[in-house]
Each structure stands twice: as structure tokens, then as C-alpha cells.
Design a protein around this ligand. Structure first.
Ligand code: KG4
Ligand code: ZN
Length: 353
């Protein structure tokens, strides 16, 4: 810990905001444990995350996941300098499980407790892979639950939300369109796969919030419900005409529309704010087209793109530990043991009180 002769803090992080129970242990920016249990399989038959099912799965997975993290790292909770936990944003019932576990451990072992912001943690995790940020960065978070464009001046306390989705999250749009195309849930990887055989210019799907009239109010916001409805209308039309639905062309065209808007707005924001480092996180960061388009456009604008490996892009405990370590390193005040969960915790609040 910085207070102990400048050594890097040893921090445990607990994540339970959606369907992944994660426990990570880091020393500064070094990853020591990355234990994960997912309840995704239990949600597949419902075609989406069921909050009550997720909460119960967190309860069952919490202790085994903690044990796995201890075994991986050789670190016990007694050894850590602090315990960090996602206290928001996320599903209330799911968050409660992680926060209750973190409080119990903090109380039992007399450790400082830090309730931290899930979105900031998605950005902080990149430091485990690519080292500390030494300047202002932008971050695009895209998953089943997020579509946020952030400006990060200080990962532990100075983050601005430049834009976010006003309806569906990007991953949610992939999942809903996959369902329209009779592809399994979660749909993102399936769209990505079938799109490889399709023509991305076959159908011109709408690019949400890109018209000049949105340049002021929704400059960096996103909307994916329009493209989803356009796909639904297209599929319905093809069926009504008795034609085979051109799944590959629709998937490729839809994917291009989404990736076009995501990357165009993100690069424009980087240019406007003089940023030369972009981090992409969340499950949709696995998308081949998004990666290629972001790389191509960032290269043209002289921007470096940093994408953590996909296991760190999706929800996990290591990201919470990584953010916790930054917060501890700066000597910030811990949260209280009365720390509440906050399903709508704003990104401006990196540590909850
Ligand atoms: O971060 P994540 O694992 O979980 C949360 O939503 O928190 O993200 C899952 C989302 C799903 O919507 C899934 O369809 C999408 O990420 N996804 C993809 C790809 N892989 C996962 N979307 C597009 N292309 C992919 N290759
Ligand atoms: Zn997340």
C-alpha cells in the first residue's frame, strides 16, 4: 500500500451486478486471481437475464468463487489491504449479494471496504493488461447492459459521461435481432458468425441519432431501437412475400449499422476532446466487425485502441479489484459498512460512501 513504503496495494474485488459472480485479486496492476462463475446458462431458456435467477445464482456461487480466488493466488482475505465491491450500477438484488459478502468479510477481518462503480471498473481493468494510463483516455463500454461513452481524466475520481444509449444497450440489440433471425441467445456471437457470409451493404438500416438535428442534444448518445424495428419490418416483409429470410445479409447489414454508429461517435468524441487513447470494454468488444472498424478509424485519426482480452472485457471481479487498487493507492476514504447498493450509481461517483 502507498502508506506502507510505496508497495502496491493488495486488493480483493467482488462483482455481482448482473449474471457473473466474480472474485479478483490484484497487487496494483498485477493480476493474481480471476475467479468467475456465470449463471448465463440458466437464463438461456428465458432469452434474457432474469434478475431473481441471477441473485440466487450469486448466492450459490459466492463462497466457491471466493475459495477459487484464494486457491489461484495463494492469497487469503486476511492478507489483503482492502476489499472492493461493485455497489452499482446493476441489478439491485444481484448487487446486494456481492455487497453483503464484502461487508461480512470486511467486518470479520477488519479490512477497509470500498463500494466502487461498475462502469469505472470496466475501464480500470485495462491497466491489468496494458499498464497504467498516464493521460486522459476515452472509453466505449458495450455489453448486454451498457452502451456508454466516457471521458476519463482520473480513473479513481474524474470521469465524465459523454453519452449513453437512450433505449436498448448495444448487446441487447444484438440479442433481440438474433431472436428475430431465429438465432440462439445470447445472439451477439451468432450474428458475428453468420454475418461473415453476408453483404454488409445489402440493406441500409438506420443509424440512430446521427442526423444533424441530434448534433447538440444527443451528440454522443446512442439509440438502437430503430435499427431493431427496421430489422423486424424487413424480416416480416420477406416472410409475407414468401421469400427465404436472407439471414446472413441482414446480420451483416445490422452489425455494420451498429458498429458504424458506435465507432463514428466514439472517434468524433476523441477528436473533439483531443484524446489519443481509446479503451473498449464489455461483451460486444468481442465483435469482429466492431474491432476492425474501430481499429481502422482510430488508425486514420492517430488514436491508439486498447481492448483488454475478452475475459477481462466481460463482467469479472478482477476489474473491481483493479479499480479498488487505484482508489487505495490514492489514499481515498473507504465506504461505510452501511454502504447501500445503488442500481443507478452515476459514473461520476467512482467510490460510493
Ligand atoms: O459483458 P457481457 O458478457 O455481459 C453483460 O451484458 O454484462 O456482454 C454480453 C453481451 C450480450 O448481449 C452478447 O450478445 C454480446 O455481449 N456479445 C456480442 C459478441 N459476443 C458477445 N455481441 C456482438 N458480437 C459478439 N461477438
Ligand atoms: Zn458490465
Amino acid at each position: 500500500m502507498s502508506g506502507r513504503g510505496g508497495a502496491e496495494p493488495l486488493v480483493m474485488g467482488i462483482e455481482s451486478s448482473c449474471d457473473e459472480t466474480g472474485v479478483g485479486i490484484v497487487r496494483g496492476t498485477e493480476l493474481l486471481a480471476h475467479a468467475l462463475s456465470s449463471s448465463m446458462e440458466e437464463h438461456v431458456r428465458f432469452g434474457g437475464i432474469v434478475p431473481e435467477v441471477a441473485s440466487r445464482a450469486h448466492l450459490e456461487a459466492m463462497v466457491p468463487t471466493l475459495e477459487q480466488a484464494y486457491a489461484e493466488s495463494g492469497v487469503r482475505v486476511q492478507d489483503v489491504d482492502a476489499i472492493a465491491v461493485t455497489s452499482g450500477p446493476g441489478l439491485t438484488g444481484a448487487l446486494l449479494v456481492g455487497v453483503a459478502a464484502a461487508k461480512a468479510l470486511a467486518l470479520a477481518h477488519d479490512k477497509p471496504l470500498y463500494g466502487v462503480n461498475h462502469l469505472a471498473a470496466h475501464v480500470a481493468v485495462d491497466q491489468l493488461e496494458h499498464g497504467r494510463f498516464d493521460r486522459r483516455v476515452a472509453a466505449l463500454l458495450v455489453s448486454g447492459g451498457h452502451t456508454e461513452l466516457l471521458l476519463v481524466d482520473d480513473i479513481a475520481g474524474d470521469i465524465t459521461m459523454l453519452g449513453q444509449t437512450i433505449d436498448d444497450a448495444a448487446g441487447e440489440a444484438f440479442d433481440k435481432v438474433a431472436r428475430l433471425l431465429d438465432l440462439p441467445y445470447p445472439g451477439g456471437p451468432h450474428i458475428d458468425r453468420v454475418a461473415r457470409d453476408g453483404d454488409p451493404t445489402a440493406i441500409r438500416f438506420p443509424r440512430g441519432l446521427t442526423l444533424p438535428k441530434y448534433a447538440d442534444d444527443h451528440r454522443y448518445d446512442f439509440s438502437f431501437s430503430g435499427v431493431k424495428s427496421a430489422v423486424a419490418r424487413h424480416v416480416e416483409h420477406e416472410r409475407r412475400m414468401g421469400r427465404d429470410v436472407p439471414v446472413a445479409d441482414i446480420a451483416a447489414s445490422f452489425q455494420d449499422a451498429v458498429c458504424d454508429v458506435l465507432t463514428a461517435k466514439t472517434i468524433a468524441a476523441c477528436r473533439e476532446h483531443g484524446i489519443d487513447t481509446l479503451i473498449i470494454g464489455g461483451g460486444v468488444a468481442a465483435n469482429t466487425r466492431l474491432r476492425a472498424m474501430a481499429q481502422e478509424r482510430a488508425d486514420a485519426a492517430g488514436i491508439e485502441v486498447r481492448v483488454p482480452r475478452i475475459g477481462l472485457c466481460t463482467d469479472n471481479g478482477a476489474m473491481v479489484a483493479a479499480l479498488g487498487a487505484e482508489v487505495v493507492r490514492r489514499g481515498m476514504e473507504p465506504s461505510s459498512l452501511d454502504l447501500p447498493v445503488d442500481s443507478g450509481l452515476p459514473v461520476t461517483q467512482v467510490v460510493a460512501s
